[in-house]
Design a protein around this ligand. Structure first.
Ligand SMILES: Cc1cc2nc3c(=O)[nH]c(=O)nc-3n(C[C@H](O)[C@H](O)[C@H](O)COP(=O)(O)OP(=O)(O)OC[C@H]3O[C@@H](n4cnc5c(N)ncnc54)[C@H](O)[C@@H]3O)c2cc1C
Length: 381
């Protein structure tokens, strides 16, 4: 157990190595890092950049290429790195508990621990079901499924949730299946409870994505709920049952349970923050990215908002060290969505207008990898 604070320097804990913290570390000025005692806590030294994940699933680049080495980034910035998973936060007592049982106290805590996949009780205990998050476990389970499929010559996947992430993953899986030798029988079925794909996503993309799903031979069951499972078989609200090799839960983002229990003011478990990204109930706790609920102008969970928040966070850490006023965050109202279609093609949407042009996939690749190269380091354990 780590005792109460003794350092003269303010102790700052950065919880999670998400997009916001990676950007904040990249921009952190040396004099600020020196005047604070900063430690980043992350379950692994590598963290994943989700925008480039569908390309890794499709096999366009190795999965290692889309993980960044946050531990090395900390080292070059004079920031401590602590490997561990936070399992409890005492907002009033200003401490976090790690999965090892150790307790870390802080003067200032910044939360950027992302979100978890919304749990689906009907899949509980199902051996062949996996959540999209945490990403490392998901990628490992996919690799295992493809490994076994090559031995047996068949692979059937059910993916639950037809949001943007689910559709990109399904199309990437289809591309990988068609490029995996020896897979004689294969199928992908998307199950979506709403009556349409992208129920809360950009409507302008629906038509183009439906066409892409059809071209890829992906079955789409909308208006359909998963109602239960027995061993490796799932039953649907339509009366059908399916026996896939793998069931992927991609039903959207939910908050970490330990945040809801922390004493922080939250909305649906996401930390309510003010314009400076401070908790509205505990100003010494900050939150950004998917972990936060920006009360002034709520934004959807998307990496682009986490990245922008990271720049504000870097400035505010220095203001905190200097005792200056904090900078306010003003998220943009919309952002360019580039959605990959499995093969080297992509479509784009902004302000309700969708376009499909040759070269968009290469633009997406350039944006994703320029982020990876400019803010972090190649992943090496
Ligand atoms: C397949 C897919 C594709 C996507 N594509 C896009 C896209 O193209 N564009 C876009 O804008 N958004 C995209 N998103 C959404 C995007 O992934 C998230 O909005 C973004 O990752 C949020 O960033 P973040 O900084 O909040 O957290 P994350 O990047 O999720 O990082 C959170 C970090 O916290 C760590 N962590 C988790 N729990 C704990 C804990 N208990 N203790 C300590 N550390 C912890 C995790 O290991 C992780 O490294 C996509 C999502 C998915 C699933």
């Amino acid at each position: 157990m780590v005792g109460k604070l003794t350092s003269a320097r303010k102790k700052v804990l950065l919880a999670g190595g998400g997009h916001a913290h990676i950007v904040a570390l990249g921009k952190l000025q040396a004099r600020c890092a020196e005047s604070l005692d900063i430690t980043l806590i992350s379950p692994q030294p590598r963290t994943w950049y989700s925008g480039a994940l569908p390309g890794a699933i499709a096999g366009h680049w190795p999965s290692d290429a889309v993980a960044t080495n946050v531990a090395s980034l900390c080292q070059t910035k004079g920031v401590g790195f602590r490997q561990g998973t936070i399992v409890h936060l005492d907002a009033d007592g200003k401490s976090v508990t790690l999965d090892s049982g150790e307790i870390e106290h802080f003067d200032l805590l910044s939360l950027d621990v992302g979100s978890v996949t919304r749990p689906l009780a009907v899949l509980s205990g199902m051996p062949n079901a996996v959540n999209v998050r945490p990403i490392p476990e998901f990628v490992e389970r996919l690799d295992q499924a493809f490994g076994k499929a090559v031995e047996h010559g068949s692979l059937d996947i059910v993916l639950i949730g037809a949001g943007l992430a689910g559709l990109e993953i399904a199309l990437a899986l289809s591309y990988r299946m068609s490029n995996t030798p020896g897979l004689h029988e294969r199928s992908i079925t998307i199950v979506e409870g709403a009556e349409t794909i992208l129920p809360i996503g950009p409507r302008a993309l629906r038509g183009a994505l439906m066409r892409a799903l059809r071209r890829a031979g992906i079955a789409v069951l909308t208006g359909t709920q998963v109602t239960g499972h027995r061993d490796d078989q799932i039953s649907l609200s339509t009366g059908q049952s399916l026996r896939p090799h793998l069931v992927i839960n991609c039903t959207g983002a939910a908050a970490h349970a330990w945040i809801a229990e922390s004493g922080l003011h939250t909305t649906n478990g996401f930390v309510d923050v003010d314009a400076c990204l401070r908790s509205v109930s505990h100003p010494d706790i900050w939150a950004s990215g998917d972990t936060s609920h920006f009360t002034r102008k709520p934004v959807p969970p998307a990496g682009v908002f986490a990245v922008r928040a990271g720049s504000i966070l870097a400035a505010n850490l220095c203001s905190y060290a200097d005792g200056d006023e904090l900078t306010e965050y003003d998220p943009q109202t919309d952002y360019l969505k580039l959605v990959s279609l499995g093969a080297k093609r992509a479509i784009a949407e902004k302000f309700g207008v969708a376009v499909s042009l040759p070269g968009l996939w290469y633009l997406k690749r350039r944006i994703d990898f320029s982020f990876l190269h400019s803010h972090a380091f190649p992943a090496r354990d």
